[in-house]
Design a protein around this ligand. Structure first.
Ligand SMILES: [Ca+2]
Ligand SMILES: [Ca+2]
Length: 391
């Protein structure tokens, strides 16, 4: 194509001219050119921190310091972090946007936590905020918008490249070497929380998207008030998807408080599931439509079959016996009793394929990573790794 060559020649010709003009009159040139320009991507706004501009990005959280962005439990209405990907986790690929008073009621995250994930078009001064690439003194903020990609634009990060850094040591590996690499990754820099703290964490990680006063119960799928946590009939409590007895880990900080496999469930349904292994079959469970159980196994409803599989895959990789906990492993049995094993591996692999990760499941993984434990479930981010390790 001749166009790039022509373009390069034009640029070569224009550079000395433009340089001369810039030296002569920086302020006169800057404002009109920015006002006339197409909207910037966040990557472009980060690399051109001068003058005014219009930026389009996705709202990902609330910056509270140079390297700190809250992805949930927002505390203020004065700042937003936006990115080219709604799943961005690296603050280096975010632009921090000041929310001045007239925009706070509509755009502040403490008042509007459901704004996370929405596209935002904002015009203002491209300058540092929280000592970080930013936009201040906005003159227009609206939801929606699409950044125009110019031929010279740097492509924004994709959701997969976002986690490539986290999984760098595992990329390209398979089988036992993949498992070993992932074990190190998901066990490094982890924050464990207390069993008491799990209550409040589940109210965030498992909040009903349609009703912020409620949580969604795992097996039954019921939306129930967050305030009904407890041990009485009609309450919800903390279901260990990998049963505590399969490895005897109890509820001390560790596998017994690991949010990646803890979910809210109705007290009665939780007791019915007990410590059964997972497999298909049995009779319908009253009060939990779509679930089946018999003497030695539990079959969850279709919408969460894969979620359950990925939770136990994570546990088998996270806990390898090198710490004070048992080495949790999958097998093909449904009679594991109190051994640190859980089945049935072949059924769980099938469920994982039938019910792939959804946006809600990825969001939950991200919230646990960003706000609580600082580790991820690899099988939500990379579903293809399950067969490589457990197949
Ligand atoms: Ca699912
Ligand atoms: Ca293990």
């Amino acid at each position: 194509m001749p166009a790039p060559t022509v373009h390069r020649r034009l640029v070569a010709l224009l550079i000395p001219v433009l340089t001369g003009l810039l030296v002569a009159s920086v302020t006169v040139l800057r404002a009109p050119s920015a006002a006339a320009a197409a909207p910037l991507t966040v990557a472009q706004a980060i690399s051109s921190q001068s003058g005014t501009g219009t930026v389009v990005g996705y709202i990902v959280g609330e910056p509270t310091a140079t390297d700190t962005v809250r992805f949930s439990s927002f505390i203020g209405d004065t700042a937003l972090a936006i990115a080219d990907s709604a799943a961005e986790t690296s603050t280096s690929r975010m632009l921090y946007v000041q929310i001045t008073s007239s925009y706070r009621s509509a755009f502040g995250l403490a008042g509007n936590p459901s704004n996370v994930g929405r596209a935002l078009t904002v015009t203002g001064t491209l300058t540092a905020y929280f000592s970080h690439a930013g936009l201040k003194s906005p003159t227009a903020m609206t939801f929606g918008g699409t950044a125009t990609t110019s031929p010279t634009a740097t492509a924004g990060p994709t959701a997969s490249s976002t986690t490539d850094t986290y999984y760098a040591a595992a990329l390209g590996k398979s089988g036992s070497s993949l498992k070993s690499a992932l074990h190190t990754i998901v066990s490094t820099g982890v924050t464990t929380i207390s069993y008491d703290a799990v209550w409040n964490a589940l109210k965030v990680t498992d909040q009903d998207p349609a009703n912020s006063a409620n949580v969604i119960l795992l097996y039954s799928g019921i939306s129930r008030s967050k305030t009904l946590n407890g041990g009485a009939t009609g309450n919800w409590n903390r279901e260990h998807v990998w049963p505590q007895s399969h490895g005897d880990f109890g509820t001390a900080n560790g596998p017994g408080t690991d949010l990646h496999h803890l979910r809210p469930e109705d007290v009665t349904i939780n007791a019915l599931r007990g410590n059964k292994d997972f497999d298909t079959g049995g009779s319908a469970v009253s009060g939990a439509t779509g679930n089946y159980t018999d003497a030695d196994s539990w079959e969850p409803r279709a919408a969460i079959k894969g979620d359950v599989a990925r939770m136990v895959f994570y546990m088998a990789v996270r806990y390898e016996g090198g710490d004070s906990w048992a080495n949790l492993e999958l097998n093909n049995s449904t009679a594991n009793g109190s051994n640190p094993y859980l089945g049935k591996r072949s059924t769980l692999l099938a469920w994982h394929t039938q019910d792939p990760p959804t946006a809600a499941e990825r969001t939950r993984n991200q919230v646990i990573y960003a706000s609580y434990q600082h580790n991820r479930n690899p099988f939500i981010d990379h579903p293809e790794w399950a067969a490589s390790i457990f197949g």
